[in-house]
Design a binder for this molecule. Sequence first.
Ligand SMILES: Nc1ncnc2c1ncn2[C@@H]1O[C@H](COP(=O)(O)OP(=O)(O)OP(=O)(O)O)[C@@H](O)[C@H]1O
Ligand SMILES: [Mg+2]
Length: 508
Amino acid sequence: MTRAREADSATRPILELIGATKSYQGAHALSQVDFDLAAGEVHALVGENGAGKSTLCKALAGAIPLSAGEMRLDGRPVAFASPGEALAHGIAMVYQETSLVAGMSVAQNLELGRERFFNSLRQLNVRAQQTLQSLNFDIDPTLPVALLGAAQRQMVEIARAVVADARIIIFDEPTASLSPEETQTFFDLVRRLRRKGLSIVFISHALEEALTLADRITVLRDGQKVVCDAARRFDRDRLVRAMVGRDQDAGTARRPARIRAGEPREKVLEVENVVGANLVQNMSFSVYAGEVTGMAGLVGSGRTEIAQIIAGVQKRRVLYGGMIYLRGRPVRYRVPRQAINDGIVYVTEDRKVNGFFETMNAADNIYLGWLATRLGRRALISPAERRRIGAEWAGRVNIRALSEDATINEMSGGNQQKVVIAKSLVQKPRLVIFDEPTKGVDVGTIPQIHGLIRELADSGVAVLVISSYLPEILALSDRILVAQQGRIAEEFSPEDATEEKIMFAAVH
Ligand SMILES: Nc1ncnc2c1ncn2[C@@H]1O[C@H](COP(=O)(O)OP(=O)(O)OP(=O)(O)O)[C@@H](O)[C@H]1O
Ligand SMILES: [Mg+2]
């Protein structure tokens, strides 16, 4: 960075959007948005699902062209035809879905798309090692990316931006897949990048993150800028009001205790001393009809793996020991299809697991969920009926797209998650396992989804909710299990549980 730019960086923005508009088939994803980024600034973007946050970021990073409006870099008009062109101007973006190549090593990914010459693989690895070390990232550059966890993948993405000499880094929901500790590490890193003079734009649904990490916050609603102000002039209430355009209660009231001692309960699922996959050491727990069982625990405590073993997503041969009973009958599923036939549904943000059809619209995806459980009975329904079912569920989970026919890949991240949930609820399951059900969902819609999960339990379904978001566990659960290093370390009733107690059980 030159001295001249440093001197007036406080006053002049390095990157600006003026009247930015993006339309798809005549509908506005962004409408006349002004935005600016100062040197050495951390700028947060918040708003409901579908508000236009990702669209704005993609436009800044050259991933999509604007329909109208202007962009200026250092005061000069620019238009990027591709992300590569934006990167050549020092603008890098880290996407909601990772853009790394899973089969290649960390070092190869760092150099991807750059035509630099290395004499040997060793030289490439040494160079990558230097970069990673300079960022305090503890990652082996020779590992294939496929073996990395979410946090490490993100570190590689960040390292890649640094290798490319970016001075503006844009993050789309960077903390969504990170554990609380990893999130802290990420915050420290962002602060370090800021001290180096880099500018950061980041999107987050965790409003506390925007309030603590950002210098300024811009709120978008329905494709328009509502307000942009210094972060210290916001509090949570003001942010939520700006996002939804009205007052809104917190909505995550604690669930009253409903399990009474001595009352008979139908045990739907019993997991007995299961050892399996990489992380499940010795898991035992039960899930009952009409109840929500919450499972907390750190990333890596085996929560997701046990869910995938139960639902047949993990291959049968990874179950090394123990038993799983469905209403008293021993079960071991080879493929998810068999579990679905038995009324077990596993809901996760991993779209491959959910059998998502990205080029179909929401109604058709929901219909496929409906069909999945009724296929054997040859139940075909008319297109009109299909639409009705789809529309009804789209309303219940608050799916919002620019048009009713929008395909999944035309929908925003949070709205895709809502389709996943609707698709599973329509299957009339007996046991549902939700794995991080509200990840990426805006704060306004979370209470609505919680309402649906409770309704499901009230209708007699056995529900297991895995979540890292402790307010969610407390709001939903009739019983709370805490997983720790592949075991259930503790069980709480909702009256006894507090965030502190759960955290303590999860780490000790
Ligand atoms: N390729 C596309 N074709 C049609 N519509 C699109 C396309 N991409 C995005 N949209 C629409 O533009 C609007 C804004 O989407 P965007 O992804 O920017 O939302 P977002 O604020 O990032 O939401 P989220 O919090 O759910 O990620 C949404 O209504 C979305 O459906
Ligand atoms: Mg988005």
